[in-house]
Design a protein around this ligand. Structure first.
Ligand SMILES: Cc1cc2nc3c(=O)[nH]c(=O)nc-3n(C[C@H](O)[C@H](O)[C@H](O)COP(=O)(O)OP(=O)(O)OC[C@H]3O[C@@H](n4cnc5c(N)ncnc54)[C@H](O)[C@@H]3O)c2cc1C
Length: 347
């Protein structure tokens, strides 16, 4: 039997051999799967959704890789306009957003078009267009690999921050099995993001119907090259490769005078645009960074893999780009995707 590899499980299509791959589609199989893995391996498995936010090592992962494919949505009306929506971890996030739009449930309309699964969304507090999963997440059920049991974490225990959480900080400790969101049968949340307001032709603060916002987000993402097209020239990507960096007020004053966009994130921190910084140091859409690795045809902040690219080359390309920005500006860029599998150096 041919050995399983990580590459086809990731959108970058990079990554070496996997010890074993378990495709979990029936939630009822979880307890047996967890017991089998615990009996065989010291650590928890590597869990993947759609692999759209990982750089998988060329050396692969010697243990079990669980591909989370469990699907299903259960809705329960609470008081007033609130509906509790519990979703299995493998459910595609964008399918959930379309379901919510059809049900006219507000709270996740701006997350349309983000690739990946519902279970991975809390890992980096997935967000876009001024909305993040933290806004509506009520709780998650997880498998705790240290304790060997199911646990429920309310949102505050997930420590969700800008593209971060306790799950991202402690990889492998917990596997998210379901997520419960509290959505509301109301118009969409107030629009806070100017380009989205422009797309909708409404002022910031307006609350259009949910389906209109979802459609506008998809149209805007399509125009900006933010949708994953598996057959397009930028098919092998993980979206933005760097977080928008947190900067000091002095850096903000210095760089905004030079045209750099600066905004105050909902976490209170001043952040600037990682894409603008890459352009400042000479990167351009379509430009090669190293062999088999280049900026996407549509935007500099998306870096794509081609031909025989390796995970090591991709990772090195991100280091090189970050070093160019640090040398010119003193601003340190942090990669957004997570390195998974066996790397020679720690992240
Ligand atoms: C074109 C494109 C656009 C994107 N746009 C955005 C965007 O606008 N906003 C944004 O936030 N992100 C964006 N992303 C990044 C990515 O889609 C999200 O981070 C998404 O939530 C990842 O989901 P996934 O299922 O692919 O996770 P994976 O890549 O499979 O996994 C990501 C991490 O989560 C862990 N993980 C996955 N599932 C579980 C689970 N059930 N339990 C515990 N840990 C788990 C993995 O081990 C890994 O560390 C984009 C990516 C692409 C390719």
């Amino acid at each position: 039997m041919p050995q399983a590899t990580l590459a086809p499980l990731t959108t970058l299509r990079l990554g070496g051999p996997a010890g074993a791959v378990l495709d979990l589609s029936d939630p009822a199989d979880w307890l047996d799967a967890a017991r089998t893995i615990s009996a065989r391996e010291q650590n928890g498995p590597l869990v993947l959704g759609h692999g759209s936010n990982v750089i998988a090592a060329d050396a692969g992962h010697p243990g079990t890789v669980v591909v989370m494919n469990t699907r299903g949505i259960t809705a329960q009306r609470l008081t007033g306009t609130t509906v509790a929506v519990t979703v299995h971890a493998g459910h595609p996030l964008t399918d959930l957003v379309h379901w919510a739009a059809a049900e006219r449930l507000a709270g996740i309309e701006c997350l349309a078009g983000i690739p990946g699964t519902v279970g991975a969304a809390p890992v980096q507090n997935a967000g876009a267009y001024g909305q993040q999963i933290a806004d509506t997440l009520h709780s998650v059920t997880v498998w705790d690999w240290d304790m060997g049991c199911l646990r429920t974490f309310p949102t505050r225990a997930c420590r969700l921050r800008y593209r971060d959480s306790r799950f991202k900080q402690t990889p492998g400790r917990w596997t998210i099995l379901t997520a419960t969101l509290h959505l509301t049968r109301t118009p969409a949340a107030p629009i806070t993001y100017h380009p989205l307001a422009d797309e909708l032709g409404v002022p910031v603060g307006e609350r259009p119907p949910v389906p209109e916002v979802t459609a506008a987000v998809l149209a805007n993402r399509r125009r900006r090259g933010l949708l994953l097209d598996p057959n397009g020239p930028d098919a092998r990507q993980v979206g933005s490769v760097f977080l928008n960096p947190h900067i000091t007020t002095t850096q903000a004053a210095h760089w905004s005078d030079r045209g750099c966009p600066v905004h105050r994130h909902s976490d209170g921190n001043l952040r600037t645009s990682a894409g603008w910084l890459l352009e400042l140091v000479g990167c351009r859409p379509g430009q090669a960074v190293t062999d088999g690795v280049r900026c996407s045809e549509r935007r500099t902040l998306t870096v794509t893999a081609h031909g025989n690219a390796t995970a090591a080359a991709f990772d090195q390309a991100l280091d090189d780009l970050a070093a160019r920005v640090a040398t010119t500006t003193g601003i340190v860029l942090q990669p957004e995707p997570t390195r998974v599998g066996q790397w020679a150096t720690s992240p």
